[in-house]
Ligand binder design. Structure first.
Ligand code: NAD
Ligand code: UDP
Ligand code: UDP
Length: 325
């Protein structure tokens, strides 16, 4: 970056995770100094290994439920396990991560007057009674179910962001992220795209939960990261919440069929019980992102799935090679 005044020092919490590592890549590429803070609960050093040699990148092992004293211009708060299998492993810690993590990042932002972005989620809409979901919809969330640690933790984090904005005049940005997929998803994290691809590549049965008629909308990771950076760079009056996701909606059955076609797999499709509180449908209304950020996704699902399949194919080959030596 030629103008040094545009070069910022940026904290990314959860920076060793799936989305966080792609965000770190993007911010380093844009010429910023990036401080990645992660407790490695679901993230890995492998995801950011290639950045460690960059003088613009710094890694800090840190749990966001504890205070953090650093000097930064911007904070992207992504720390939080995102897959149901991971966030239900230690639900109390999941809520603490969202709530205490938000308080600490907001306290830090307040002290150093940094701009702060929260990675919120479509889960704040719960099992939505309105379809597609606009940002004005308040949601339909069970406060005491298995998914509540994540959903309610993220809802409370949004509340904190808007209270710090009203009370302390902080510059905040809230992104409601919808299902995102791509390289560096964890192969065992139980999310549907990684599960189906790994099962198809191994020739294992593809596990559909329920009858497979539930829908989701999947956004490719590069589009999502572009949306987050645009939101952070938007004028101060744009606080969000803004939906960031791909409105292309399909059933889990259709997703399984797409992945079987792309991989040429002989895997059979099997049906398993539907987890409780599993939302029946989900699709973002992205009018606001289009109008305010000039953002919309550009990667078609078949293209994104092919790139993701190629990533998992290479990963599984590396696992197999390591096992045989
Ligand atoms: P991920 O699990 O790959 O990454 C989360 C990262 O946060 C990991 O590196 C993990 O080690 C770290 N982390 C967890 N608890 C922490 C703590 N207490 N202190 C410090 N670090 C901690 O998940 P992801 O898909 O990259 O999601 C990133 C963010 O985006 C999360 O906040 C998630 O809720 C949000 N989000 C993701 C999606 C999606 O589809 N991927 C959808 C909606 C929202
Ligand atoms: N905090 C932090 N880093 C900072 C400043 C604050 O981690 O640079 C944390 C600290 O734990 C504090 C919380 O953020 O309790 C909220 O800060 P705030 O100033 O809003 O409230 P305080 O609790 O200090 O009154
Ligand atoms: N799902 C599935 N098979 C799997 C994993 C998930 O059918 O092996 C379903 C799951 O029940 C849900 C959808 O796929 O209806 C998306 O699940 P994921 O865990 O990826 O995300 P979320 O439910 O948080 O949107």
């Amino acid at each position: 970056m030629e103008n040094y005044r545009l070069r910022k020092r940026i904290l990314v919490t959860g920076g060793a995770g799936f989305l966080g590592s792609h965000l770190c890549d993007k911010l380093v590429e844009l010429g910023h100094d990036v401080l990645c803070a992660d407790n490695f609960f679901t993230g890995t050093r492998d995801n950011i290994e290639h950045l460690l040699s960059s003088p613009r990148f710094e890694l800090m092992r840190h749990d966001v439920t504890f205070p953090m004293y650093v000097e930064v211009d911007e904070i992207y708060n992504l720390a939080c396990p995102a897959s149901p299998v991971h966030y239900q492993f230690d639900p109390v810690q999941t809520t603490k991560t969202s709530v205490h993590g938000a308080i600490n990042m907001l306290g830090l932002a307040k002290r150093v007057r940094a701009k702060v972005l929260q990675a919120s989620t479509s889960e704040v809409y719960g099992d939505p009674a309105e379809h597609p979901q606009t940002e004005s919809y308040w949601g339909n969330v069970n406060p005491i179910g298995q998914r509540s640690c994540y959903d309610e933790g993220k809802r409370c984090a949004e509340t904190l962001f808007f209270d710090y904005w009203r009370q302390h005049k902080l510059r905040i940005k809230v992104a409601r992220i919808f299902n995102t997929y791509g390289p560096r998803m964890h192969p065992n994290d139980g999310r549907v795209v990684s599960n189906f691809i790994v099962q198809a590549l191994r020739g294992d049965p593809i596990t559909i939960y329920g009858d497979g008629t539930q829908t989701r909308s999947f956004c490719y990771v590069s589009d999502l990261i572009d949306g987050l950076v645009r939101l952070m760079d938007s004028p101060d009056e744009v606080t969000g919440p803004v939906n960031i996701g791909n409105p292309g909606e399909f059933t889990m059955l259709a997703l399984a069929e797409k992945i079987v076609a792309i991989t040429g797999s002989k895997s059979p499709i099997v049906f398993k019980p539907l987890p409780s509180d599993d939302p029946k449908q989900r699709r973002p209304d992205i009018t606001k992102a289009r109008d305010v950020l000039g953002w919309e996704p550009t990667i078609e699902v078949d293209e994104g799935l092919r790139a993701t399949v190629a990533y998992f194919d290479a990963l599984l080959s590396r696992f197999a090679a390591a096992k045989s030596t």
